[in-house]
Design a protein around this ligand. Structure first.
Ligand code: ZN
Length: 248
């Protein structure tokens, strides 16, 4: 038998067998994936509700975030972007949930690279030189084994050719899960929860990008923004980006 043919067959055969033993399914709709599909089936991928916010200086997410951080007139208007609309009634929320709750790093990194590509293609974000994830409290990180925001931030930093700093910010206390709190309670829950980590120094930066997995009210990101502002003056731009955005 022609050995080249055998090798070629094995290359296609093994993934096909693996698909039978451990069927790969679409993260969004749960249907088995075709061999050429990854993470999402082609149908769900083509319907992915992308926001296009990366190219819009003013968008609903940025307006909501700026309403939280504009404590005085010296705070410049911040840019904010998400990859897709996190709709509670659609399966797309499962993309960020796959990373946060199910250790699905493949899907998480895939979505993060897609976010990174959108940001890198936008003149608003192309000059980002430092990418910082929202930190978890150390007890929670130890329990989960990883910080999902850091997984996303690392991919985004690579796409933007920016530095990545997982340890610039620290979460000083365990906060209650934001999921079931009302808007005002969310602000109070995370207010003052973050600070600059002294040992990290203040790395030079012109444009810092804060990363979280999902933007809901923006309370957590606003609290991180406040902590960064204690170390960086208004000449340093601080923007935010997430995989999903709840609401408009
Ligand atoms: Zn699907």
């Amino acid at each position: 038998m022609d050995t080249r043919l055998t090798r070629l067959d094995l290359k296609n055969f093994l993934p096909a067998v693996l698909d039978l033993v451990l069927p790969r399914v679409c993260v969004v709709c749960g249907r088995p994936l075709l061999p050429q599909e990854e993470h999402l089936c082609l149908e769900c991928l083509s319907d992915l509700p992308e926001t296009r916010y990366a190219t819009l200086g003013h968008n609903p997410m940025a307006d909501r975030f700026n309403a939280k951080i504009r404590v005085d007139e010296y705070e410049p208007y911040a840019y904010a972007a998400a990859l897709y609309h996190y709709r509670a009634d659609a399966g797309y929320k499962k993309i960020s949930q796959a990373l946060k709750y199910h250790r699905d790093f493949g899907t998480g990194r895939w979505a993060a690279r897609r976010l990174g590509a959108r940001l890198a293609a936008s003149p608003l974000f192309a000059d980002v030189d430092l990418v910082v994830p929202v930190p978890l409290h150390w007890t929670r990180r130890r329990a989960r084994g990883y910080n999902q925001a850091a997984v996303i931030a690392r991919e985004v930093a690579e796409a933007l050719e920016a530095r990545f700093s997982a340890h610039l910010l620290r979460r000083n206390r365990r906060t209650r899960s934001q999921t079931r709190l009302s808007g005002g309670d969310k602000d109070r829950n995370v207010s003052g929860a973050f600070s600059m980590r002294k040992a990290a120094g203040n790395p030079a930066a012109g444009h810092i990008l804060l990363i979280d997995d999902v933007f809901t009210t923006g309370a957590t990101l606003a609290a991180c923004h406040r902590a960064l502002r204690t170390a960086y003056g208004p000449q340093v731009r601080i923007s935010v980006a997430t995989l999903g955005v709840v609401g408009e």
